[in-house]
Design a protein around this ligand. Structure first.
Ligand code: NAI
Ligand code: 13P
Ligand code: ZN
Length: 353
């Protein structure tokens, strides 16, 4: 008897382009969301996007509540939940980088309220995903959460964000290559649940980005367009899979462990990019694959070494040798790297000297 079933939760409206934050009231109206929104934002995104959108809502007769968060913590999620209850809001809008969006996503999940995402940086592929990532104890990886009902990604705003945020988004996408290799390995060795559609979409997303890498340049609005389309596509791959598997393998384990060892040292996307060089080496040995990943990262100005990440060599080794423990997800790291092997991969790939 055939017993498979799947439930793919996707955004209803994905609006990407020049000046689209000016349409936020209409995009949200199209969802038939009633009542007052709560904007969850952080200081700079508040200036560049949340305040102008709030002014448009006020002009339309709705006064949004606004909460500003600084760090992704459960205390911040709690504060957002309390504000939502006190201000009697009906839905949430996350406006900012990954952390503001994740906090809004996690709070809306708890409140069972609708949620919309307004990224102000093309820095990671959580802008569309049904995953939320807020550190919980020792855990840094994402968990299942509400997908946004709408995503409003204004390429004018995204192109004006600091360039390193865009290169972080590119690196998060380039890391899909090794994430998918890990996923296929886990399917073969551990019979992990696997979706060929999701894996193919994730890989193709990385490929299109790399093919267009010469058009990804600072200050070019078209770059924001290319990167954002890739982030949307990668988020959809996660929603199809019902997990972050198509976009998160050993390179993400490495980054999550760096977040525990050196909180705030480097951007998520930059860390996973460097992790991806080493994961590619482990998958492909000397045969040129890891060099391709490194060149792709270098071509868009993303870091390729520990030094460029601002992380010391010994922390890289510690992360490599321990990160397999942080989640039940089989990858090329298997049951863990020993220290000599970790030094070899990090040295041969030029990540440490
Ligand atoms: N939920 C998911 O599926 C995923 C979640 N993530 C999570 O996302 C987070 C990383 O997000 P990031 O955006 O890299 O970091 P972030 O949210 O800390 O943003 C970095 C900084 O850039 C600032 N910023 C944002 N837009 C700006 C603008 N237009 N101008 C000037 N400054 C601006 C932010 O306020 C912040 O200070 C991590 O916590 C990571 O785990 C990453 C991938 C997927
Ligand atoms: O960062 C992500 C995908 O790019 C989410 O992956 P995690 O589930 O490992 O947090
Ligand atoms: Zn990521």
């Amino acid at each position: 008897m055939f017993e498979k079933s799947t439930w793919i939760r996707l955004p209803r409206n994905v609006v990407v382009g020049h000046g689209v934050i000016d349409n936020a009231v209409d995009v949200i109206d199209d969802l038939h969301l009633q009542g007052r929104p709560l904007f969850v934002t952080s200081p700079t995104p508040r200036e560049v996007a949340a305040d102008p959108i709030a002014a448009d809502f006020e002009a339309a007769g709705v006064e949004p509540a606004v909460v500003t968060v600084e760090t992704a913590t459960f205390d911040a999620v709690e504060r957002v939940i309390e504000t939502a209850e006190a201000e009697d809001v009906s839905y949430l809008v996350g406006i900012g980088g990954g952390k503001a969006i994740d906090i809004a996503k996690m709070a809306s999940d708890h409140l069972e309220m609708g949620f919309c995402s307004v990224p102000t940086a093309a820095s990671h592929d959580g802008i569309v995903s049904n995953r939320g990532s807020v550190p919980d104890g020792d855990t840094r990886h994402s968990v299942a959460a509400e997908p946004p009902l709408a995503v409003i990604a204004d390429t004018e705003v995204l192109a004006e964000a600091p360039w390193e945020l865009t290169t972080a988004g590119c690196a998060d996408i380039i890391s899909n290559y090794t994430a998918v290799m890990d996923w296929r390995l886990a399917k073969r060795l551990k019979d992990a649940e696997y979706s060929e559609y999701s894996a193919a979409l994730s890989e193709m997303t990385a490929e299109i980005l790399v093919d267009n890498a010469d058009m990804v340049r600072p200050g070019l609005e078209e770059s924001a367009w290319i990167v954002t389309k890739a982030l949307v596509s990668s988020g959809v791959a996660m929603s199809i899979a019902g997990s972050s598997r198509p976009a998160s393998g050993a390179e993400h384990l490495f980054s999550h462990q760096l977040d525990r060892l050196e909180p705030g040292a480097a951007l998520h996307g930059h860390q996973v990019g460097v992790g991806s060089i080493m994961a590619a080496y482990l998958h492909g040995g000397e045969r040129g694959f890891w060099q391709d990943i490194r060149s792709a990262l270098a071509s868009i100005d993303a870091p390729t070494t520990a030094e460029e990440l601002g992380i010391d060599d010994e922390t890289v080794i510690e992360a490599l040798t321990t990160c397999h423990e942080i989640r039940d997800r089989y990858t090329i790291l298997g049951d863990g790297m020993d220290e000599r092997a970790a030094r070899e991969v990090a040295t041969k790939t030029g990540v440490i000297s």
